[in-house]
Design a protein around this ligand. Structure first.
Ligand code: UDH
Ligand code: MN
Length: 353
């Protein structure tokens, strides 16, 4: 055997080897192809089995789109500058009008940026988040007038705010203070509000320099009203409309729950404030002016004859009569376009008066 036949045998063997390798490659390729629909794509994190379906992937896509838009909104908010210390939208004193033919639909259409009673300025970050709490029963017309004036007033102040109307269910004697405690506790379930404004339904502010913001001391906003010749009713008066931070109100254990009927509860709150070594501040009399929509005494809100006696025990009672003992039942929470309507059963006085 010479060199040539030996070489040709070697080439033949090499060809076989090459063919064998080629076959192996083809088999391996077919195997990977047939495995394709059983091998799961590697996802970050673990996916529940139902997410393998087409709907599952669509859901994932939707979720990631939602995450993206939330992230964008958070970024937008962070990028927004804080609103100026003094809003450029303020107008000062203005003439109020109360049109008896006013309808809620008109107030709604004039406040298109308010969603479920809440508003947030679109071009800057508000300096405070403020919850307006309005105790209410059977004063629908007053509420309508107040909403009409208060929404644009608060928007001009560039606040993040929500209006809560706390409606006392049933016919028991009215209890303004307890309703305001309920409002505070319920509003905090929505948002950690910086500031609370306790607001009678029939008092309409006349000057938007009267800022609905909280300060380092509790603030009384009604220095004067038309019905009292724009004079402070008496030294120490803390009723009508007042502002306290979440912490200030918590520190005094809120309002007392035990004042049924008219009077005394606002003086009790003032005593609580002074017991905590805080003082009451007021804006200037030119600014802190209100118009009170005329009304007579309501039935179911007779003068509380026990109020003087109750006020004598405030220095002791404040610790146990307040936010920490406020028992009530929420009957409904209705998120209307312009306010959050909380209807509560707050019980009735323990002893008949
Ligand atoms: N309130 C109601 N419904 C009631 C009673 C009171 O919604 O039946 C609320 C409402 O927010 C009101 C607040 O509790 O603004 C305070 O009650 P009020 O307005 O009766 O208190 P005011 O200090 O005194 O205005 C009313 C005495 C009536 C005097 C009549 C004089 N001419
Ligand atoms: Mn009134």
């Amino acid at each position: 055997m010479g060199l040539f036949p030996a070489m040709s045998k070697f080439i033949r063997k090499g060809k076989c080897l090459f063919l064998l390798l080629l076959c192996l490659c083809v088999v391996a390729w077919i195997a990977t192809l047939s495995n394709d629909d059983t091998v799961e794509p590697v996802q970050e994190g673990s996916n529940p089995p139902e997410d393998k379906s087409v709907e599952g992937f669509a859901k994932l896509e939707l979720e990631s789109e939602m995450m993206q838009s939330i992230e964008e909104r958070v970024e937008e908010q962070a990028a927004k500058e804080s609103c100026p210390e003094r809003s450029p939208l303020l107008r000062g004193a203005f003439k109020l009008s109360f049109d008896p033919s006013l309808k809620i639909g008109q107030v709604e259409s004039e406040n298109g940026e308010v969603v479920e009673g809440q508003y947030n300025p679109s071009d800057c970050t508000a300096r405070q988040s403020v919850a307006i709490l309005i105790p209410h029963r059977n004063r629908e017309k007053h509420l309508l007038y107040l909403l009409y004036h208060l929404h644009p007033f608060l928007q001009r102040q560039q606040l993040h705010y929500a209006i809560y109307v706390i409606h006392q269910a049933g016919d028991a004697t009215f209890n303004r203070a307890k309703l305001l405690n309920v409002g505070y506790l319920e509003a905090l379930k929505d948002h950690s509000w910086d500031c609370f404004i306790f607001h009678d339904v029939d008092l309409v502010p006349e000057n938007d320099h009267n800022l609905y913001m909280c300060e380092d001391q509790p603030k009384h906003l009604v220095v004067g009203r038309n019905s009292t010749g724009y004079k402070l009713r008496y030294k120490g008066y803390f009723g009508g409309v007042s502002a306290m931070t979440k912490d200030q109100f918590h520190k005094v254990n809120g309002f007392p729950n035990s004042y049924w009927g008219w009077g005394g509860e606002d003086d009790d709150l003032r005593i609580r404030v002074t017991l905590q070594k805080m003082s009451i501040i007021r804006p200037s009399p030119e600014v802190a002016r209100y118009t009170m929509v005329f009304h007579k005494r309501d039935s179911g809100n007779q003068i509380n004859k026990d109020r003087m006696q109750l006020l004598r025990r405030t220095h002791q009672a404040w610790k146990t009569d307040g936010l920490n003992s406020c028992s009530y039942k929420i009957l409904s929470v209705h998120r209307a376009p312009l306010f959050i309507n909380i209807t509560a059963d707050i019980g009735r006085p323990e002893h008949a008066h």
